[in-house]
Design a protein around this ligand. Structure first.
Ligand code: MG
Length: 273
């Protein structure tokens, strides 16, 4: 399945439109606050089967997250903000149960900026929370994948070793490493490869010089700084099985869908027959 897939979202994307892109695989994002009861899971299972799409990962996102700039991301994203920690943990466990009902063997999320000091209270709380999510996911035979980008490869690896759970893995997003100005994506991929269970194919440019709080700009696949041909070639050389999930976060939905289609076409052109 070294072939394109799509990162798509419940309550944003129409499954028929995603299927019409000609992909067989995808990752399903669950927005914060979405009802995830048995009836919803049964409907999704039926609709995915009808659309011919196999979901490889279910992503959790949370109410109140804001990716406006670095300080806002630090304050609002993932498990780092103490005020929402417990509710987001509950939400993540619910996503794990939902994924299990769909027969999906991996869940993922952005956990937020991991503090570098392992003695800090927030670090300890987040590490322990991630252990609980891993243990819950393990009960469903799932991996729990952390999205890359907000810390350097070495910091992420040290955190994963400290959590010390065999099902804690990585969803590798090369663009995030550029958008956050954290690391070179290809070098980071080579370091993290043994733990990578899923990938995003996303592109972007670095933050502007002299603006320390700014994030870089996400770009259509192949038009940013990642070097998508080299990224795809490296994934192949590392033996990554696929799929290659195109992710585009543009606000404008028709533009986003058009650029996802162009991204899929680009990937197809880069995958040897
Ligand atoms: Mg991503």
């Amino acid at each position: 399945m070294f072939e394109p897939g799509v990162m798509f979202w419940a309550e944003r994307d129409d499954l028929a439109v995603i299927a019409a892109l000609g992909v067989r695989y995808g990752q399903l994002g669950i927005p914060g606050g979405m009802t995830l009861d048995e009836a919803v899971a049964a409907q999704w299972k039926q609709d995915l089967a009808a659309a011919g799409i196999t979901v490889v990962t279910v992503f959790a996102a949370y109410d109140g997250e804001d990716y406006a700039d670095l300080p806002t991301v630090q304050r609002t994203v993932g498990f780092i903000p103490p005020a929402t920690r417990a509710s987001r943990e509950a939400c993540t466990l619910a996503v794990s149960d939902f994924a299990a009902a769909l027969g999906v063997h991996s869940i993922a999320c952005h956990i937020g900026f991991v503090p570098e000091d392992e003695h800090e209270a927030d670090y300890i709380a987040v590490r322990d929370l991630v252990r609980r999510v891993c243990d819950h996911a393990a009960g469903h035979g799932q991996t729990f994948a952390l999205e890359t980008g907000q810390e350097r490869a070495g910091v992420l690896l040290a955190f994963i070793h400290d959590v010390n759970r065999p099902n804690l893995r990585i969803n590798f997003d090369p663009a995030n490493l550029i958008l956050y100005g954290t690391d070179d994506p290809i070098s980071a991929l080579k370091i993290l490869a043994p733990l990578v269970v899923s990938v995003h194919c996303k592109d972007g440019d670095p933050p502007p010089a002299g603006a320390p709080d700014a994030l870089g700009a996400e770009r259509p696949l192949g038009r940013g700084t990642v070097n998508i041909p080299r990224y795809v070639q490296t994934l192949r050389e590392l033996g990554f099985p696929g799929p290659l999930n195109v992710e585009r976060e543009a606000e404008n939905q028709p533009q986003r869908l058009r650029e996802i289609a162009e991204g899929i076409a680009l990937l197809r052109s880069l995958i040897p027959k």
